[in-house]
Design a protein around this ligand. Sequence first.
Ligand code: AHG
Ligand code: MN
Ligand code: MN
Length: 349
Amino acid sequence: MSNDLTATTKTPIVTRPNQIVTIERHILERQTAYPEARGDLTQLLYDIALTGKLIGREVNKAGLVDILGETGITNVQGERVQKLDDYANECFIKTFDHGGLLCVMASEEEDEAVPIPSRFECGDYVLLFDPLDGSSNIDANVSVGSIWSIYKRKTASGPGTIEDLLRQGSEQVAAGYIAYGSSTMMVYTTGTGVSGFTLDPSIGEFLLSHPDIQMPKQGSIYSLNEGYRNLLFDSTARFLDYLQEEDAETGRPYSGRYIGSMVADVHRTLLYGGIFMYPASKKAPGGKLRLMYEANPMGFIMEQAGGMASTGSERILDVQATELHQRVPLYMGSEETVKLAIEFETGVR
Ligand code: AHG
Ligand code: MN
Ligand code: MN
């Protein structure tokens, strides 16, 4: 499934709103739109949902660690896993390393590419992920999440290589996130729109709660870390000043909202509109957020929901990756607001 606009994708079966639809059924319905599909991507998405349930269970217990003692989680080496980042990372790797669907993986928590162990078959897909995003907020009971991005492999066969991992975001075949907040939600796209599912923990099923999410074209919320205001480059500071000026006609001033977990800030932007940005600054000249497992998957979601995702001068999904953990400045959200940001960042305004 490609998000290449020239691809001959049929209109997916439109799920009726207010019906009880599990994520597995939703994924399968979309597979039927691709007669040539073998079900590998479907299985990958099922396993993403499983990983989200496993991580969500431990995240929701995180607050009890002090009361219950250590997390009680042990990894495959039998070591006590002290940090949820490590647990989430282990969950992804141990869920996906043996299914024969991937040829290579990459994780924010792993410096190098994660190979498929030689005892297992290699498959035709590539998975990159941020196993736990916003983890510095865990102790404050603030929403955190997992972000993931899937490509078809580029090399012909055998173990995947860095060539399979360093891609343009426009080649993604699926992407999304799981948000561990007041409820656990999974939001994903395979290039035919964005859908959101809320976990019913009593039955362990993600149920369709947000069919076909469309982002408002114009929003009234801006989101960035204003602690770095004095470190912003002039173009960005002027954009911020503009958003904060009174002007009833253009819906300003915008309200400021910043959670500090990308998944939570992006999820709010997706549903309410406005803009989430992590611009370049004197503190982070290349931006802070990572292209391959934060900016690209969220950029795919934003575009599929009718929004935009830019570096300030270039479409995020057009950036050709050169390093696995490279960072990019990012502005994503409602089309009109992101276009405004680009005008300021490129000197038009
Ligand atoms: P991670 O926890 O995966 O390292 O990501 C943290 C990121 C992202 O979640 C958030 O948008 C950003 O860090 C916040 O950075 P600041 O604390 O510099 O605002
Ligand atoms: Mn992150
Ligand atoms: Mn992370």
